[in-house]
Design a protein around this ligand. Structure first.
Ligand SMILES: [Zn+2]
Length: 332
């Protein structure tokens, strides 16, 4: 299987360029959409970050080289008031140059103007950018548009547009890998209620995939629908809980995906007979942690027995009430 590594520019305390939008946020949406499109077309993908967090360039390069991809890109957005897309590649040329050209072609296909492919060379003649110089795979740095140009930013100043930019970059990868991209692939199809969906798109199906899809549509997230419970899905579940606590109980929490003391204090007791989105999130987290039940948003007798099992396994009081301690064990 072909592999692509996608670096996500900036993150955490490093916002990158700030204009009409913030670079680190746009880069994450673009990179995630690129990843989803590649996965839907049968490519394996790893991203340098899946959430808003700090990451050094050195870490990113090490992670990329350890993953050993066929191709890699670092996703950035431009600043300085220019107009159009540019993609950097190695001064050596080769596959990286072809990738840069293909990405630009696809960005032009969605209506963006091109400033051309570029190289940036240090005084010693090597590539100036560490991501291009130190990665083993052919590498590019994409600058799809200028965040500080009121006109140019319009190609990607909404989430929906940023997803289209990410898909264009993905098509540039596919073209370079010799894979015919299937435009009809539904990248974000919702698995059926019972999780028995067709897998034509390459999207995984199953209970966790169904939960991931529901989190995306209910809370506007863009997490991978890969049926794998990892940090990204965990954070999304915590954010979902924080959103519900704010909406239903005016908890006033930051939606930061971290189950800290404030979130703990805001949790209210959930028990048998309850139903709704918080019950759904409890069921979802139990499923993610390996318990066999359905997420139907109704706290019935099966959920009740699984909660008790979870409490017993975690040395909690087995009372079948999901209170602050049980919430903490589930979500922290
Ligand atoms: Zn940048």
């Amino acid at each position: 299987m072909r592999r692509v590594f996608i670096g996500v520019g900036h993150g955490g305390s490093d916002s990158g360029a700030v204009g009409y939008i913030v670079e680190k946020n746009g880069a994450l949406v673009i990179a995630t959409a690129c990843k989803d499109y590649l996965i839907a077309n049968g490519v394996e993908v790893r991203m340098s970050r899946y959430i808003d967090e700090d990451e050094s360039l050195r870490e990113k390069i090490n992670e990329c080289n350890a993953y050993n991809p066929d191709l890699c890109a670092d996703i950035h957005l431009n600043a300085g008031g220019g107009d159009g897309a540019e993609v950097f590649h190695s001064v050596i040329g080769g596959k990286g140059k072809i990738l840069a050209e293909n990405i630009l072609k696809e960005l032009e296909a969605i209506g963006q103007n091109s400033r051309g492919t570029k190289t940036k060379v240090d005084t010693d003649g090597t590539d100036y950018f560490g991501f291009i110089r130190c990665t083993n795979a052919p590498a590019v740095i994409t600058e799809a548009y200028f965040v500080d140009n009121a006109n140019d930013v319009q190609i990607g100043d909404t989430i929906e547009e940023q997803k289209i930019v990410g898909q264009a970059i993905a098509k540039g990868f596919l073209r370079t890998l010799g894979i015919t991209s299937n435009n009809d692939v539904p990248v974000r199809q919702s698995p059926a209620e019972n999780g028995q969906n067709t897998a034509e798109s390459g999207q995984k199906v199953g209970k966790i995939a169904s939960i991931q899809s529901t989190l995306n549509s209910r809370y506007g997230f863009n997490i991978a629908v890969d049926n794998i419970y990892g940090a990204e899905t965990h954070t999304a579940l915590v954010k979902g809980l924080q959103t519900e606590l704010n909406k239903q109980f005016n908890a006033g929490l930051d939606i930061d995906g971290i189950f800290g003391p404030l979130t703990r204090n805001a949790c209210v007791v959930v028990e048998k007979g309850d139903e709704g989105n918080i019950t759904y999130l409890i069921q979802a987290m139990l499923i993610c942690k390996g318990y066999d039940l359905d997420a139907d948003s109704i706290f019935g007798s099966i959920t009740d027995s699984k909660v008790k099992e979870f409490q017993k396994n975690n040395n909690l009081e087995v009372d079948s009430l999901v209170g602050k301690n049980t919430f903490e064990k589930l979500f922290a």
